[in-house]
Write a new protein. Structure first.
Length: 86
């Protein structure tokens, strides 16, 4: 996972939160994968999406480099999360 950067956002995209520690979000991603909170679609060795709850927020991680397993993470609205997410 890489650190958040300003980047150029799509009109419907959320910016990566800059106030989160890389170690913390990396742990969230690993925990989500271990818990099976991932999409069925896999690219190489990595699920395309993973989801986690952190307090009141739900975060989605999207695979952005299937060769290295790098993800971009961002908050989503509760109604955007999979219905099965605990």
């Amino acid at each position: 996972m890489t650190s958040a950067g300003p980047g150029k956002l799509r009109s419907d995209a959320s910016a990566c939160p800059r106030d989160l520690a890389l170690d913390e979000v990396t742990k969230w991603l690993h925990d989500a994968v271990r818990a099976g909170n991932v999409s069925a679609y896999v690219e190489g060795d990595f699920p395309r999406y993973a989801w986690t709850r952190a307090g009141e927020c739900i975060y989605e991680a999207r695979l952005c480099n299937s060769g290295t397993g790098e993800y971009k993470g961002y908050p989503i609205l509760p109604e955007e999360a999979p219905g099965w997410l605990p």
